[in-house]
Design a protein around this ligand. Structure first.
Ligand code: KIV
Length: 281
């Protein structure tokens, strides 16, 4: 056991034991500074494959690779002390067979020091979840809207309305029975989220799935308002960092063009006046 594991406050069993208790607080992170910001407030920090869209400008998560997840996982790990770090398995790294999933999940665990992985899929992935969980790799499942299936689903629409809700309930039951310690429910109606949460023994983590879930997760950049034109119904913006950053960058550009930056306070003299000057150089 490594020194960092000794001090970790959160573990998959502790997350599982929170079923029905105080709601679990979860956010994504992809970098060390953001991991440091979210760690004191979160139970789970997910290195989501949403990194492809959020940080790399990709149109979907489908081109995200295992190497990208490892790079960002290592960065996030350096910023966490308390929260449970979970890393997403990217598209194509686990669907082929339980053996392929184990090989790649083991790389994520060994190379990022994450305590668990997340993968998308319900009944069809139950065998793989059982295989991983039975071999020392805790799994958080993900059902409802599964973004890696965007082409099959025909977009990022709400899932499980009307009769199709039965299938998602079966998915949630299957992943819970297979040994997942928690499950993300994405973009499903409130009534369905409430029924699933009542019917399964593991915590449900909602995104666009109402407060009926055992916890909530959002993409951190979405709730911080980084993207002016991305305003999905299920995201509440707690800040407008994108707008604030645009205003700051425009002010910097104006000041440089008008020679107002750098000011005297930012300029070095020929001979330092005191040691303090040097310290801040
Ligand atoms: O990739 C991701 O960030 C996710 C969460 C939004 C659940 O899967």
């Amino acid at each position: 056991m490594s020194a960092t594991q000794d001090v970790r406050a959160m573990t998959p069993p502790k997350i599982a034991a929170r079923k029905g208790g105080t709601p679990l607080v979860c956010l994504t992170a992809y970098t060390t500074p953001v991991a440091r910001l979210v760690d004191p407030h979160c139970d789970i920090v997910l290195v989501g494959d949403s990194v492809g869209m959020v940080l790399h400008g990709l149109p979907s998560t489908l081109a995200v690779t295992l190497d990208m997840m490892i790079l960002h996982g290592r960065a996030v790990r350096r910023g966490l002390e308390c929260a449970l770090m979970i890393v997403d398995m990217p598209f194509g790294s686990y669907e082929e067979s339980p053996e392929q999933a184990f090989r790649n999940a083991a790389r994520l665990v060994a190379e990022t020091d994450c305590a668990a992985i997340k993968l998308e899929g319900g009944e069809g992935m139950a065998g793989t979840i059982r295989f991983l969980a039975g071999r020392g790799i805790p799994v958080m499942a993900h059902v409802g809207l599964t973004p890696q299936a965007v082409n099959t689903l025909g977009g990022y629409k709400v899932q499980g309305r009307g009769d199709t809700g039965e299938g998602i309930l079966r998915d949630a039951i299957a992943v819970a029975e297979a040994g997942a310690f928690a499950v993300v429910l994405e973009k499903v109606p409130e009534q369905l989220a409430r029924k699933i949460t009542a019917d399964i023994a593991i915590p449900t983590i909602g995104i666009g799935a109402s407060s009926a879930c055992d916890g909530q997760i959002l993409v951190v950049d979405d709730m911080l308002g980084m993207f002016a034109d991305f305003r999905p119904k299920f995201v509440k913006r707690y800040a407008e960092l994108g707008q604030d950053a645009a205003t700051a960058i425009a002010a910097y550009a104006d000041e440089v063009r008008e020679r107002r930056f750098p000011g005297n306070e930012h300029v070095f003299g020929d001979a330092p006046k005191a040691v303090a000057d040097e310290d801040t150089a």
